[in-house]
Design a protein around this ligand. Structure first.
Ligand SMILES: [Zn+2]
Length: 866
C-alpha cells in the first residue's frame, strides 16, 4: 500500500508535492522562514510529509515507547479454502446485504469450532452446508467476532462449508481501540444518494490491515489465503471491478445487473476488492492478459498517459523476478475520497483520485508513476507471497519501495533510480526512527508498522544487499523466495534462507543487524595523505549513540586523475583506520564508492575533492553531495565552477537542483550564472529545469527578460507558467496583473493557480474573491497550498463581503482538518495564530460581525480537535 492515512484524498498529492519539492528544489525553507513560525516544528512537519512521500505512514513521535507485548503471528486453527460471496448494495443506508459460503479446513489439529472476524454486522443466519441442506449452527456474536460451534469435531485437513446471511453496516461500525483505526470501515459508499452534484457515486473497499471483515465474515489475517468468487449486484448503469476474472454478467428485471468475478488463485483476505461506479475502462494487454484502467470519464483521453506504462512495468518485473506475472488480469481503478494513496488488491489496484492528472499537469511529468510501479510490484511481493504478520510487513513494503526504484532505473536510467533511492533513504534518515527494528514484534498498533522503517529503510537494505551479492544472485534469490513461498505467507527468515541457498553465504549476521536490529551507523570519515610513508589514509569512526557497532562492507575508491583504484574494506570497530599505497597525494578518496551504505556521515573533503568527485566519481549521489558542498561556499571560485558545471548535468533532476541552490545575491555567482540561466529558461527540454531557471532568473529583476517570461506564461506546464508569472511580476507588475486577470478565465492548477491568486490578492480587489477562494479550495494539500495560507489571510483582511469572508475562514480552518490527526497538531497553532491576527484586524476595522465569526469558528474548531 502507498500512504495509508485516515484522511481525505488529497494527502498523497501533498506528499508527492513535498517529495518533489524536497528532492528537486531543495528544502522548502521559503515557507518556514516567511511565515515566522516555529522553524523546528514546521521542519518536522515538512519532513513528515517527506517521509510519507515514500510510503505510508504514521511517523510522528517515531521512537515512542511501545508496549512490551509480543505480537504473535495469527495462530492457524482453521484455514480458509474458498470464499463465495453474494453482495447486494443498499445505497440508501450504505449497507451491504451479503450471503457468504466459506469453505475451510482445520489447519492440523482437530476442532469443533470456528472463529471469524465480522466487524459491526447484523448476523441473520449461520448454518452448515451439507449437500443441498443448510443445518443451523449455534453461534455467539459480540460485534467483532463470530464464534461458531460446528456440528462436530473436524479433523485436520477435513473440509466443511458454512453459510452466513448478514448485513454489513460500515458506517455504523466504530472500531475500538486506537484512533488510527477509527476510519477502517472497509467498505466505503461515496455520495451514495447522489446528493453532492460535484461528486460521482462510487463504492470501493480498503482491506489492509484487517478491514475486509467489516464487509464479509472471514478470518481476516495475512497468513490466510483463499480463492474466491464474488457476485456483485449493482445498478445497471455502473461498472464493477473485483479480483480475478469477470466471468459473466446478468441483467436483472429490476434495473440491476449481477457481475460474477472469479479469483481462481488463492490470496489473502486483506487483498479482496470491490469497486462500483461510473467509469471509462481503457484496455491494454500483456501477453494476452487484460490490463485495464478505470478512470472517471473526463480522464479517458489521458488514461494511457497516466497508466500506460503498466504493460512495460509488468514485463520488467516478470523478467527481473523470473516469475511471469502470476495473475489472470491486472486492473487499476481510481476512488474518490480514498483514505490512502493506493492499495495493491490482487489484480485490482485502487488509486486515489489525484492519480487522475490532466494533460497540462502531465507535461510536468506523471507524478503517480512511482505509485503505479509500487503497487504493481506488490502483485509479486505481498500478493503472490504475503507477509505472515504485520511484524514482517517490510516483506511487502520494502519490495514495493524497491520496485519503483527498479522501474525508474530501467526506464529513465541509473541516475533516476539513484535519485529515488536517495530521497527514500533520506526519508528514513530524517524520520528519527533509529530505535525501531525493521522486523519488530512489539508495536503499539498494527497501523504503526506502516512507516519509514518498513518502507524506506527496508528498501535501502534491499539495495545494500543487492550491491553486496551482485545483481544476478540478488534476482535469483528473489526468484527462489517467490517460487518457494508462492500462494503462501512468509517471514523474513524465508528471505534469508533464499539468499543463503543462492549465495552459499551465512546471512544471519546481515539479517540480525539490519532486519532484527535497529538503527544505522553514523560515520565520521577523515581523509589524510601521509607524505613520508606514501599512504592514503582513511579513518572511520562510528559515532552513533549507545554501544552498538555496525559491521559494514565498504568500497573505498582512490583517484588520481580519472584513474580509480578500489579497495574493499570492512568497517566494524569504534574507529577503523585504512591505509593504501599512493605514490602521490590522491585527487580524491571516496568512501562508499557506490553510495549504497545506509548511514549518516561527515567527511573532511575539500572543494577540490568535491570538484573531482563531481567530474569523475560520477554517480548521482556523488554529484549531489558535491553540489551540496559547493552550495555552502558560493563565495569561493571552485564552488562556483562546480555549480556552473552542474547547471549542465546530464540528469535533469540535478540540473534543476543546482539551479535552485544558486545564490545569485553573491557577485561571483550572479554574473556567470545569468547567461546560463537564460539559456536553461528558454531551451531546457525538461520542464522542471525550465521552471527552476525562470524562477531564479526572476530574482535578477531585469526588464530585458519580460518577453521571455511573458512567453513562458503560455507554456503548457503549470509550473513553468506559474513561475514565469511570478518572475514577470518582479519587473512589470501591471503586465503581470493583466496576465493574471486573463488567466482567471482559464483552467489553472498547482503553481499557476497559486501565482494567479497571489497576483489578485496583492493587486486586485474583493471582486477576485471567487477565483482566489475557488482555487484555494480546489488545491490539493501541498506545499503550494501551505504557502497560500498567509496571502489568503491577508486578502481576507480586506474583504468586506460576509459570505466571501466566511468561505475564506472556513477554507483556512479546513486545511489542518484535512491532515491526518497525527500531523494536525504541528500546523494547527500556526493556522490559529493566522486567524487570531485576522480577527484583530477586523476588530480594529470595526467589522465586528467578521471578528465574532472567527471567534465562533475557533470555538467550534477546538471541539473537532482543530
Ligand atoms: Zn505498498
Amino acid at each position: 500500500m502507498t500512504i495509508k492515512i485516515t484522511i481525505k484524498s488529497a494527502v498523497p498529492a501533498y506528499c508527492y508535492h513535498l517529495h518533489n519539492f524536497t528532492t528537486q528544489d531543495g528544502f522548502p525553507n521559503y515557507f518556514c522562514a516567511q511565515q515566522n513560525v516555529n522553524m523546528k516544528r514546521l521542519l518536522l512537519f515538512c519532513f513528515a510529509g517527506f517521509i510519507l512521500s515514500a510510503g505510508h505512514a504514521q511517523a510522528q513521535n517515531t521512537n515512542a515507547e511501545v508496549p512490551k507485548v509480543y505480537r504473535e503471528t495469527a495462530v492457524r486453527i482453521n484455514d480458509l479454502v474458498h470464499t463465495k460471496l453474494d453482495a447486494r448494495f443498499d445505497y440508501s443506508r450504505s449497507q451491504l446485504l451479503g450471503k457468504v459460503w466459506l469453505t475451510l479446513k482445520p489447519h492440523f489439529y482437530a476442532t469443533d469450532s470456528l472463529l471469524l472476524d465480522a466487524k459491526g454486522m447484523e448476523i441473520k443466519t449461520v448454518s452448515l452446508v451439507k449437500g443441498t441442506k443448510n443445518i443451523p449452527l449455534k453461534y455467539t456474536y459480540d460485534g467483532l467476532f463470530l464464534n461458531i460451534d460446528l456440528d462436530r469435531n473436524y479433523k485436520g485437513g477435513e473440509s466443511y462449508t458454512v453459510y452466513i446471511d448478514y448485513i454489513a453496516k460500515p458506517d455504523e461500525f466504530q472500531a475500538k481501540g486506537s484512533a488510527a483505526i477509527t476510519d477502517a470501515k472497509g467498505l466505503y459508499f461515496i455520495n451514495p444518494k447522489g446528493e453532492d452534484k460535484t461528486k460521482p457515486t462510487q463504492i470501493w473497499t480498503q482491506g489492509e490491515t484487517e478491514a475486509t471483515s467489516v464487509w464479509v465474515p472471514i478470518i481476516d489475517k495475512p497468513d490466510q489465503k483463499t480463492t474466491d468468487e464474488i457476485y456483485m449486484t449493482v445498478p445497471a448503469k455502473y461498472v464493477t471491478l473485483s479480483n480475478g476474472k469477470l466471468t459473466s454478467q446478468k441483467t436483472n428485471s429490476d434495473g440491476t445487473r449481477t457481475d460474477y468475478w472469479k479469483m481462481e488463485l488463492p490470496h489473502a483476505p486483506y487483498l479482496f476488492f470491490m469497486g462500483v461506479g461510473d467509469y471509462a475502462i481503457i484496455k491494454d494487454s500483456y501477453k494476452g492478459k487484460e490490463i485495464s484502467y478505470y478512470v472517471e470519464k473526463e480522464y479517458a483521453p489521458v488514461a494511457r498517459k497516466i497508466f500506460g506504462g503498466t504493460p512495460e512495468m509488468i514485463a520488467l518485473f516478470s523478467r527481473l523476478t523470473g516469475v511471469d506475472y502470476p495473475w489472470v488480469k491486472y486492473a487499476q481503478i481510481t476512488g474518490r475520497d480514498y483514505v490512502s494513496g493506493a492499495m495493491e488488491n490482487t489484480t485490482a489496484t485502487l488509486h486515489q483520485e489525484s492519480a487522475q492528472q490532466d494533460a497540462r499537469e502531465l507535461t510536468d511529468g506523471n507524478h503517480w508513476e512511482e505509485t503505479i510501479a509500487h503497487e504493481l510490484f506488490h502483485q509479486w511481493f505481498g500478493d503472490y507471497v504475503t507477509t505472515e504478520s504485520w511484524s514482517n510487513l517490510s516483506l511487502n513494503e520494502s519490495f514495493a519501495t524497491l520496485g519503483s526504484q527498479l522501474w525508474n532505473e530501467y526506464k529513465y536510467g541509473k541516475d533516476a533510480g539513484d535519485a529515488e533511492r536517495y530521497s527514500s533513504m533520506q526519508g528514513y534518515l530524517q524520520s528519527g526512527s533509529e530505535k525501531k527494528d525493521l522486523i519488530r514484534f512489539h508495536y503499539g498498533d498494527k497501523e504503526d508498522m506502516f512507516d519509514a522503517v518498513s518502507y524506506n529503510k527496508g528498501g535501502a537494505i534491499l539495495q545494500m544487499l543487492r550491491n553486496q551479492v551482485g545483481d544476478s544472485a540478488f534476482f535469483k534469490a528473489l526468484n527462489l523466495y517467490l517460487t518457494t513461498n508462492k500462494f503462501k505467507s512468509a517471514e523474513a527468515h524465508n528471505l534469508r534462507l533464499a539468499f543463503e541457498e543462492v549465495t552459499g553465504r551465512d546471512l544471519n549476521p546481515f539479517f540480525n543487524q539490519w532486519y532484527y536490529g535497529a538503527g544505522h551507523p553514523k560515520l565520521d570519515i577523515k581523509y589524510n595523505y601521509d607524505e613520508g610513508g606514501k599512504k592514503a589514509v582513511v579513518v572511520v569512526s562510528q559515532t552513533q549513540a549507545g554501544d552498538k557497532l555496525f559491521s559494514v562492507p565498504v568500497a573505498i575508491d582512490v583517484y588520481n586523475g580519472s584513474a580509480k583504484k578500489r579497495y574493499n574494506v570492512l568497517v566494524q570497530n569504534k574507529v577503523d583506520t585504512f591505509s593504501f599505497d599512493a605514490a602521490a597525494k590522491p585527487d580524491l578518496i571516496n568512501f562508499d564508492g557506490d553510495k549504497i551504505v545506509l548511514a549518516q556521515k561527515t567527511e573532511n573533503k575539500t572543494l577540490d575533492n568535491y570538484l573531482h568527485q563531481y567530474k569523475y566519481a560520477g554517480n548521482y549521489i556523488d554529484r549531489r553531495e558535491a553540489i551540496d558542498a559547493a552550495a555552502k561556499k558560493q563565495e569561493e571560485s571552485r564552488a562556483v565552477e562546480l555549480l556552473m558545471l552542474a547547471l549542465h548535468d546530464k540528469y535533469e533532476g540535478l540540473r534543476s537542483y543546482a539551479v535552485s541552490k544558486l545564490d545569485v545575491r553573491k557577485e561571483g555567482v550572479k554574473a556567470v550564472a545569468e547567461p546560463e540561466l537564460a539559456q536553461l529558461a528558454q531551451n531546457d527540454a525538461d520542464r522542471s529545469v525550465k521552471a527552476a531557471a525562470i524562477s531564479k532568473l526572476g530574482e535578477y529583476g531585469q526588464a530585458k527578460y519580460a518577453t521571455l517570461f511573458t512567453k513562458a506564461i503560455n507554456d503548457s506546464s503549470y509550473t513553468v507558467s506559474g513561475n514565469a508569472l511570478v518572475a514577470l511580476s518582479k519587473i512589470d507588475t501591471a503586465a503581470a496583473y493583466k496576465e493574471a486577470q486573463r488567466l482567471t478565465h482559464e483552467k489553472t492548477k498547482g503553481k499557476l493557480a497559486a501565482a494567479v491568486s497571489n497576483m489578485l490578492i496583492q493587486y486586485g480587489n474583493e471582486s477576485a474573491a471567487d477565483y482566489v477562494l475557488g482555487s484555494f479550495e480546489a488545491m490539493p494539500l501541498s506545499q503550494t497550498k501551505f504557502e497560500m495560507l498567509q496571502p489568503l489571510a491577508a486578502f481576507l483582511s480586506r474583504v468586506n463581503s460576509m459570505e466571501a469572508f466566511k468561505r475564506g475562514v472556513n477554507a483556512i480552518q479546513q486545511l489542518p482538518l484535512d491532515l491526518p490527526e497525527a500531523y494536525r497538531g504541528q500546523i494547527t497553532p500556526f493556522v490559529e495564530g493566522l486567524l487570531k491576527n485576522l480577527q484583530k484586524s477586523k476588530t480594529a476595522a470595526g467589522l465586528n460581525d467578521q471578528a465574532s465569526y472567527i471567534d465562533s469558528q475557533l470555538n467550534a474548531g477546538s471541539k473537532k480537535g482543530f
